[in-house]
Design a protein around this ligand. Structure first.
Ligand SMILES: CC(=O)N[C@H]1[C@@H](OP(=O)(O)OP(=O)(O)OC[C@H]2O[C@@H](n3ccc(=O)[nH]c3=O)[C@H](O)[C@@H]2O)O[C@H](CO)[C@@H](O)[C@@H]1O
Ligand SMILES: C=C(OP(=O)(O)O)C(=O)O
Length: 420
């Protein structure tokens, strides 16, 4: 197991390239199950979750090839030979549940392990299952597995989601693309990654309209074909590095960062005293003065993303005044709080809200990463802290961030990966 050693106190200057979005690339690769032709996906981030997805697709008999040897252009293709998604892969990566809709739509059956809870919450999949049942699937839960069948194929339906679930919207979109007739998904998620999946499915011959509106209309087609699609820029990676500049100070251009996908994050940064501008295909982030505390609440897009909550917690821990962060999406997403407090932060959690009383400075300490975004909040704290911070269990971070130490040290940070 690796750990990071960070020496804080240095401002960041330079450029950081922003990669393709983890939360889009994973679903785009799954979309490859919907056709026996080749789907080529470019701008794929080189992160551990992509390796796990390749393993899962291989388990279904579908090959994922590295087209040019860079790991950034992957081609998915081949016939599905096995419809089981086993526990050992699904429990490692929850996005595995996304194979359910495509397997049902193409081969009419799937056996997918229930993902169960994870560090940030219970994360049930009831909305995925109810939606697929509305499309005609017969679903049984047995021995920890979802047994789903659609012996007569899937048929379009009007589905009203009680909550705009990202994963349920994606599973239903892919299944409905090959269902007979029209499907309408009301209260669909509106995240940019959903629009990216729709663009890819439409390039494969699907007929989907309504992206970004919350109501998606899918006219099912008989087959989908191969296509080439480039993954949208990772708004969470971009927002995370913006927080790095916010907490460490300095001036950095985030290359390829999409400011238009980060409205609520940019507003919070600006309120906190961080300057954000669009700069010729990059997002430029600067901070010279003291940070100020801000209140934020996580919400589905276009609201403030839960995947940026931990990073802002670190930022506000050294801001002037108090901040309140309310987490409304996941019930247990404050595991970074005790670790930040060990570094000198003053954070109290009351139910789904955390009160952060800003301190003058943090001090380096040995801390432990508990999940993907929490891991980065500790890096951010380490960049601002006096002395050395040692972060263990960074395998959580490697799930979703590419080349963190290279990107940060390229801008002047002192960060090193060492074997634990
Ligand atoms: C791989 C991926 O893209 N992950 C993202 C995706 O996760 P994911 O797709 O799991 O997130 P959802 O939007 O589905 O979940 C949000 C909330 O709805 C609840 N829920 C969801 C489905 C369901 O059937 N029943 C139910 O109760 C969940 O427990 C959670 O509390 O969106 C989240 C919310 O933006 C992000 O934090 C994750 O990074
Ligand atoms: C929670 C996240 O991912 P996952 O849904 O894969 O757990 C995330 O990307 O912050």
């Amino acid at each position: 197991m690796d750990k990071f050693l960070i020496r804080g106190g240095r401002p960041l200057h330079g450029e950081i390239p922003i990669g393709g979005a983890k939360n889009s690339a994973l679903k785009l690769l799954v979309a490859g199950l919907l056709t026996s032709e080749r789907l080529v996906v470019s701008n794929v981030p080189r992160i551990d979750d992509i390796g796990t997805m390749r393993l899962l697709l291989a388990q279904h008999g579908v090959a994922v090839e590295d087209v040019d040897g860079t790991g950034q252009v992957l081609s998915v293709g081949g016939d599905i030979t096995n419809t089981e998604a086993p526990y050992d892969i699904v429990s490692r990566m929850r996005a595995s549940i996304l194979v359910l809709g495509p397997l049902l739509a193409t081969v009419g059956e799937a056996r997918v392990s229930l993902p169960g809870g994870c560090a940030i919450g219970t994360r049930p999949v009831d909305l995925h299952l109810k939606g697929l049942e509305a499309l005609g699937a017969e679903i049984k839960l047995e021995a920890g597995y979802i047994d789903a069948r659609a012996p007569r194929g899937l048929a379009g339906a009007r589905i009203i989601l009680p909550f705009a679930s990202v994963g349920a919207t994606e599973n239903l979109l892919m299944a409905a693309s090959l269902a007979e007739g029209r499907t309408e998904i009301v209260n669909a998620a509106r995240e940019p990654e959903i629009d990216d999946l729709i663009a890819c499915l439409n390039a494969m011959g699907a007929r989907i309209t309504g992206e970004g509106t919350g109501t998606l209309v899918i006219d099912g087609v008989k087959t989908l074909h191969g296509a080439h699609h480039a993954v949208v820029a990772d708004r969470i990676e971009c927002g995370t590095y913006a927080c790095a500049v916010g907490i460490a100070g300095g001036d950095v251009r985030l290359l390829g960062g999409r400011i238009d996908h980060l409205g609520s994050v940019v507003r919070a940064l600006e309120e906190a005293g961080v300057e954000v501008t669009e700069d010729q295909g990059a997002m430029r982030v600067r901070r010279t003065g003291r940070l100020k505390g801000v209140d934020i609440m996580t919400e589905p897009y276009p609201g403030f993303p839960t995947d940026m909550q931990a990073q802002f917690m670190a930022l506000f821990s050294v801001a002037e005044g108090a901040s309140m962060i309310t987490e409304t999406i996941f019930e247990n997403r404050f595991m970074h709080v005790p670790e930040l407090n060990r570094m000198g932060a003053r954070i109290n959690v009351h139910g789904s809200s955390a009160i952060i009383r800003g301190v003058e400075s943090l001090s380096g300490a040995p801390v432990m990463a508990t999940d993907l975004r929490a891991s980065f909040s500790l890096i951010l704290a380490g960049l601002a802290a006096q002395g050395e911070t040692a972060i263990s269990r960074i395998y959580h971070l490697d799930r979703g961030y590419e080349a963190v130490e290279r990107k940060l040290s390229g801008c002047g940070a002192i960060i090193e990966r060492v074997a634990d």
